[in-house]
Design a protein around this ligand. Structure first.
Ligand SMILES: *Cc1c(COP(=O)(O)O)cnc(C)c1O
Length: 361
């Protein structure tokens, strides 16, 4: 499909941030976005247009029944001056899995990647150059049919927007977080939408997160519906490190979102670069092993921060269980450094992980 360009005249474009500027995370926007409409059973009119409001009918089904999905991807500028996206094919595939779960249309992976890369190509100068900065990419899809019956919409918009972002941890990889282990709130049940990056899953997570903040915890650690197994954190997969240095993540089920960061860590394990495995983890065993020092580090995996180290678990009865020395562990730090080196081109990444953004225009 031919992607159409409707670009802003140079004189109406905002200037990209200067290289020393503090960008924060996810707050800035670039000049353009990608849009594509779905109607009559097919995707049509793919185009790059000025970033701005999208008009919707008040009856658009996304506003009523929440048929929406999204992804989060990062692009990095390397020393050769070129821009590379990190495993965007995995996001395209996961977006199609979310679409299937939500009765939304899939997008051919080559079209998804071309849309992404052509938009980044237009916004090249918005990709930050400072170490640990990146261009954060947010593709998303939502139902637009004006209809009030509860059934899958026949019309959709797919959009990609870009956000030049600074380091998730300004001042370095230094802040460990506290997690509230909750048996009161649950994120997903088997047969539900836990495996989809569906908008509604995040609306449903806000109440638990507010409950966590009120107790000085950064997020909750969700358990399975029977409160026996560890599942994940609100927007990150969970991991721990055992005394022998191996990374362990809860085995994927249909109630856990398949984090591309966690899947990549498992791949690094298969490549023999680190020790990593999936395992079902009982919360009682986990807390016992943290308390006894069998488990020496723990944290979350996700695109935004890569690794969020956890230094303590707060239980609902008020008990606090500290992880290791309470400092950020050496294994977490080493993995963060290795992963960042792959992303930024300081070290050759495993084959197929980086996709160079071509010069189209
Ligand atoms: C996005 C997300 C993650 C992290 O996935 P990445 O692909 O690593 O960014 C983990 N859990 C949930 C619930 C998420 O929405």
């Amino acid at each position: 499909m031919r992607i159409d360009y409707q670009l802003l005249p140079e004189s109406e474009r905002k200037m990209p941030p200067s290289s020393g500027e503090n960008l924060g995370f996810g707050t800035r926007r670039t000049n353009h976005m990608f849009l594509m409409n779905y109607a009559d059973g097919e995707w049509r009119n793919p185009r790059i247009v000025p970033y701005g409001p999208i008009s919707l009918m008040p009856g658009a089904m996304c506003l009523h029944y929440g048929q929406t999905l999204f992804e989060g991807i990062k692009a990095f500028r390397h020393a050769d001056g070129e821009i590379y996206t990190f495993r965007p094919d995995k996001n395209a595939e996961r977006s199609n899995l979310s679409a299937k779960i939500l009765c939304m249309p899939s997008i051919p992976v080559p079209l998804y990647l071309e849309a992404l890369h052509r938009l980044i190509d237009v916004e090249r100068e918005w990709c930050p150059t400072l170490p640990e900065s990146s261009l954060y990419i947010r593709p998303f899809m939502f139902a637009t049919q004006d209809a009030l019956g509860v059934k899958p919409s026949k019309e959709y918009i797919f959009c990609i927007m870009l956000s030049p972002s600074g380091p998730y941890y300004p001042g370095g990889f230094s802040k460990a977080i506290r997690l509230l282990v909750t048996k009161t709130f649950h994120r997903a049940v088997s047969g539900g939408t836990g495996e989809a990056k569906a908008g509604g899953n995040y609306a449903a997570s806000l109440r638990a997160a507010e409950h966590a903040y009120a107790q000085n915890a950064a997020q909750v650690l969700y358990l399975s519906a029977d409160n026996s197994q560890i599942e994940e954190v609100g927007s990150m997969n969970h991991f721990h490190v055992r005394k022998d240095g191996s990374f362990v993540i809860p085995a994927f089920t249909d109630t856990i979102l398949r984090s591309i960061t966690a899947l990549s860590v498992l791949e690094l394990g298969r490549l023999g670069l680190i020790k990593a495995r999936e395992e079902s983890i009982k919360i009682d065993d986990f807390l016992k092993d943290v308390a006894s020092g069998e488990i020496i580090e723990a944290g979350g995996f996700g695109t935004a921060a890569v690794i969020s180290p956890v230094n303590e678990y707060l239980l609902e009865d008020g008990t606090v269980i500290k992880v290791g020395t309470g400092e950020i562990g050496a294994h977490s730090r080493a993995l963060y450094e290795l992963y960042s080196a792959f992303q930024t081109g300081l070290q050759p990444a495993p084959s197929g992980w980086l996709h160079k953004v071509e010069h189209y225009v």
